[in-house]
Ligand binder design. Structure first.
Ligand SMILES: [Zn+2]
Length: 158
């Protein structure tokens, strides 16, 4: 993606490039049945060279459409990466041009949670599955991990 390419030679002598872009989500190239990116990705970048590395500071924001872990309905929620930093050694940059869409894509995929719940964690169907959910050690009851399907075999009171 051309807007996200940085020319190492233009960053000589301590020059830096700063830009803010609204990008189509295509560069993430993820479209699965339970995970989609349909909205604009707003990204701000600051790029410079420090000794033998290209340094990329960035923040980005977009919407992710994912299936709720409880009701399985697709819903959108905000994905925000605030002030992340990526380092790439200059010797590994072929042709002295670095396409930062790679590092942005990687950061987005790392930030994703595979277990998400609609309605800000208050899925309307939660009450039907609540008895199958283990309360977490911190007692906030928000954990969807650790499902123990056999733990309620002793006829729960409700
Ligand atoms: Zn739900």
């Amino acid at each position: 993606m051309d807007e996200l390419k940085f020319y190492v030679d233009r960053l000589a002598e301590g020059k830096e490039e700063r830009l803010t872009l609204d990008l189509a989500p295509d560069f993430i190239s993820v479209s699965e049945e339970e995970l989609k990116f349909c909205d604009t990705v707003t990204v701000s970048l600051r790029v410079y060279v420090a000794s033998d590395d290209l340094i990329i500071h960035f923040s980005l924001e977009t919407q992710v459409t994912q299936a709720c872990a409880i009701c399985n309905e697709m819903f959108s929620h905000k994905l925000l990466i605030d002030d992340s930093c990526y380092t790439k050694s200059l010797s590994s940059i072929r042709g002295r041009v670095y396409d930062s869409s790679n590092c942005l894509r990687e950061a987005i995929l790392l930030e994703l949670s595979s277990v998400v719940e609609c309605c800000d964690g208050h899925c309307p169907e939660r009450k039907y599955v609540e008895k199958y959910l283990t309360l977490s050690g911190t007692g906030n009851g928000e954990e969807v991990d650790g499902v123990q399907p056999f733990k309620d075999l002793d006829f729960p009171l409700n």
